[in-house]
Design a protein around this ligand. Structure first.
Ligand code: 5GP
Ligand code: ZN
Length: 123
């Protein structure tokens, strides 16, 4: 598992590399920015500023602030009409599809017939 100093999201938090198309929102302990390889326009990632690997590592005390930034980002995407609904997706560890080993929440705007399918069993 990658150490913090090699972590791409920690480097974004430190300002060593740009997040991509720009920072969206920030709170004391979280940062939100657009996904580099979006599933839909407005696909946003929310990350803790500290290096936690999975949701299990995020302290419970940060839960209200986390819920608030998730709701703020999702509301803004809906206000901008980027989606008629949205998914909040959070992958934990490789077997569940986590590629970047710094905990993050995907906020993905959804539209009717957008062709996106998540967690579909293939047989
Ligand atoms: P995971 O599969 O780990 O849940 O998703 C990681 C997400 O991070 C992917 O959707 C990928 O496109 C995004 N990502 C990886 N590297 C970068 C980066 O350097 N900048 C941004 N903005 N997104 C990234
Ligand atoms: Zn990190």
């Amino acid at each position: 598992m990658k150490k913090e100093k090699d972590c791409i999201f920690c480097r974004i938090v430190k300002g060593e590399i740009p997040p991509g198309k720009g920072k969206i929102k920030e709170s004391d302990n979280f940062l939100a920015f657009l996904d580099l390889n979006p599933h839909a326009e407005g696909h946003t990632l929310i990350i803790p500023k500290k290096h936690f690997v999975t949701i299990l590592d995020i302290p419970n005390t940060l839960a209200p602030e986390l819920l608030k930034i998730i709701k703020d980002v999702a509301s803004e995407l809906m206000d901008k009409k980027l989606g008629d609904g949205f998914n909040v997706i959070q992958n934990n560890l490789e077997v569940a599809g986590q590629v970047v080993m710094h905990a993050h929440f995907h906020i993905i705007p959804r539209k009717d017939n957008d062709g996106l399918r998540f967690l579909v069993r293939e047989n």
